[in-house]
Design a protein around this ligand. Structure first.
Ligand code: DQA
Length: 156
């Protein structure tokens, strides 16, 4: 890592929840054919070109996601989160987002408001700076633009 990057203060944690490890194969009509690795590679190269550091966590286990957010406290200064199914159910994950106190952008591949009613409510939305939903893998690209914008506004 070069010095400019180390000193940039732009450090982004990207959190992906249950079943997103299967992207590319999982319900492709709903979520597309892009794999999580491809999404992460694109985010990494976008972060690199914008002088930001980025780390990724994907887990199928709620507690692991919460632990990863706790561990990022003191390192990260922004977060992108697709909590997947936990979006609609996890008070614990929402509380971890609040505890981390980072500017956070919620992303979803599918448009959760065009799907079943139980997906219309996000426990993350009320504690995020904003939400991007429905653009497939491109939602993450929009998500990183949004967090970089938030960091810019903070002068980081
Ligand atoms: C999702 C939407 C959730 O409702 C669903 O449980 C997912 C993926 C999305 O990215 O569209 O696993 O978060």
């Amino acid at each position: 890592m070069n010095k400019a990057k180390r000193d940039s203060g732009r450090r982004i944690l990207v959190v992906n929840g249950p079943n997103l490890n299967l992207l590319g194969r999982r319900e492709p009509d709903q979520y597309g054919r892009t794999t999580l690795k491809e999404i992460e590679d694109e985010l990494r190269s976008c972060a690199d070109s914008r002088g930001a550091e980025i780390r990724f966590i994907q887990s199928n286990h709620e507690g692991e996601l919460i632990d990863a957010i706790h561990k990022a406290i003191g390192w990260a200064n922004a977060m992108i989160i697709n909590a997947a199914g936990l979006t609609h159910s996890s008070v614990g994950l929402r509380d971890a987002v609040v505890a981390a106190a980072l500017p956070t952008v919620e992303v979803h591949l599918s448009n959760i408001y065009r799907r079943e009613e139980f997906r219309h409510h996000s426990l993350i939305a009320g504690v995020a700076a904003g939400q991007i939903t429905g653009f497939g893998a491109f939602s993450y690209r929009l998500g990183i633009e949004a967090v970089l914008h938030l960091l810019d506004k903070k002068g980081l």
